[in-house]
Ligand binder design. Structure first.
Ligand code: MG
Length: 524
């Protein structure tokens, strides 16, 4: 939300005649742009004066509306090309205004609309969409007239953005009014192309950005404004909040405002590390290391660093497990006492990624949004280990299992800590199980909130396990030190293999949408 904090605009007239001085305009520090005003909850007509007033009342940072021009060159606020079966561009304003909106308002002119937007409004920017004309040579004319009217009304500070599906229109606005902020709607241009043309940013259909997640990173790197339309579904809104969009254009401003308020970054936390997987290919080597080979718990999978077992595609990290014969590079002899060295081949491949040596944290909130693999014998986990493991060993280093799942118990997960005093080898680990509906069919958010006093385990933002620091020794609480994250799918082994391995299930995918680490904002 990089832009909100610098958009402090004073529109006082600086005259001695202070009786008429307007209050200063500071755009609200939320990302919510009400699409055609805030109309839905109160069943108001879209693009009505009433829906604009409602967006202002809700304190949205923006209220969007659509502009067209009548045959007699009156600018009106309307979305569709036709109004009550009259084509706006070929009808006069008098003909059109005989028909009222459903709430009794007359068809608003742009002038009336802007004047309302400049009244009793201290926080809501006007987001002005100019609809392309069906007459090719009218686009520049309409754009010019809109900009001229905004100037005449001294509404420049209120109009936060001009947006259009017509590249000609936004380029023309930028040419005649270089200070204007313009966003392109069409979704066909890469961020760098917009930057080259001095376009302020992009306002694309969510789906276009989901298939080009790299454009999000690119836009941020180029300091372009990021907006998306039209986010009405909960998962889309979460996705845009998670990706830190500057704006979210929505028919559900109340819902987005509520979600934003409860989002970690809006509370006491700040994002300190994340992988949104907005790229393609190998997991980012600056963020992830691999485990390779046989590892622990008599698990049957042979971990590899191949693209086949772990890769990023379409904004998602995929950890894929196979039943396949693979040579064990650590093989010594079939009589070696170490099970990791006495098998010439493995029968399964899978992946285990971790941040050890790259990133580690003491305290914070960690969110992992994921869809789990399905099948008896699988044992996917998101977990953390204390970075002092090489010196003190396990379980002295401490372990936090953010999420563990075993395929033979398909509709539950565990959240657990292991320490010297509390661990599964002696049956004293402190964990809880929570029922979860089909975690292999839908994405869920698995989280911990870890402080000096406690660790909470959350499923979809609901705490299901709360563990207090009882302030004894590091045998009970080794959690005042750096930990790193591990993500893996094990196959078989002491826990996952308790009911055998179903060889018919392969291949299986663990899908990770993002991993995000927040820490409390430093006190100033
Ligand atoms: Mg629009």
């Amino acid at each position: 939300m990089r832009y909100f904090f610098i958009l402090i605009l004073c529109v006082g007239l600086f005259s001695c005649n202070t009786a008429t001085q307007k209050p200063s305009l500071v755009f609200a520090t939320n990302p919510v742009i009400a699409h055609r005003g805030a109309w839905k909850a109160k069943e108001l007509p879209k693009n009505s004066i009433a829906s604009l007033k409602e967006a202002i009342r809700l304190n949205c940072t923006g209220s969007e509306f659509d502009v067209r021009m009548t045959a007699d060159e009156v600018l009106v606020v309307a979305h569709d090309a036709a109004y009550n079966d009259l084509t706006i561009e070929t009808s006069t304003y008098n003909e059109l205004s005989k028909f009222k909106l459903s709430n009794g308002e007359k068809l608003p002119t742009l002038k009336e609309y802007l004047l309302v937007g400049m009244t009793n409004n201290t926080a809501t920017g006007l987001v002005c969409e100019i609809k392309p004309s069906k007459f090719k040579d009218h686009n520049a004319l309409i754009a010019g007239k809109v900009v001229q009217l905004v100037k005449e009304l001294k509404a420049e500070a209120y109009v936060s953005y001009y947006i259009s599906f017509s590249y000609e229109i936004i380029k023309h606005i930028k040419a005649i009014e270089p200070k204007a902020k313009v966003l392109y709607l069409d979704g066909s241009k890469k961020p760098e192309a917009l930057k080259k043309d001095s376009i302020t940013g992009l306002d694309y259909l969510i789906y276009k950005l989901k298939i080009h997640p790299d454009w999000i990173t690119e836009a941020k790197d180029l300091n372009l404004v990021l907006n998306a339309w039209t986010a009405n579904k909960s998962e889309d809104i979460d996705w845009l909040l998670a990706n830190d969009f500057d704006y979210i254009t929505t028919d559900e401003p109340e819902l987005v405002l509520e979600k934003f308020k409860n989002f970690p970054v809006a509370k006491e936390y700040e994002l300190v590390w994340s992988d949104e997987f907005n790229y393609t290919g190998n997991p980012n080597p600056l963020k992830w290391n691999y485990e390779v080979g046989f590892k622990r718990n008599q698990e049957q999978q042979y971990y590899t660093d191949s693209l086949k077992n772990s890769r990023v595609e379409k904004g998602i990290l995929i950890l894929e497990s196979y039943k396949e014969k693979v040579a064990n590079s650590a093989f010594k002899s079939t009589t070696d006492p170490d099970w990791r060295k006495n098998q010439k081949y493995g029968s399964y491949t899978s992946a285990s990624l971790h941040t050890n040596g790259l990133a580690q944290w003491t305290y914070g909130r960690i969110d992992i949004r994921a869809k789990l693999p399905k099948g008896v014998g699988l044992w996917p986990a998101f977990w953390m280990l204390g970075e002092n493991q090489p010196e003190v060993g396990w379980p002295e280093c401490g372990e936090i299992d953010i999420m563990e799942h075993v395929g033979f118990n398909a509709d539950s997960i565990f959240g657990t800590i292991h320490t010297k005093a509390y661990n599964h080898m002696i049956g004293t680990q402190r964990g809880k199980t929570i029922e979860i509906e089909k975690p292999y069919e839908t994405f869920h958010i698995y989280s911990i909130i870890w402080t000096p006093e406690s660790i909470d385990f959350l499923l979809d933002d609901e705490v299901y396990n709360h563990i207090e620091n009882d302030h004894k020794t590091t045998a009970e609480w080794p959690f005042d030190q750096n930990f790193y994250i591990k993500i893996n799918t094990a196959i078989g082994g002491m826990l996952g293999g308790r009911k055998g391995i179903d060889d018919t299930i392969f291949p299986q995918q663990l899908l990770i949408d993002y991993v995000r680490v927040y820490q409390k904002k430093k006190e100033l």
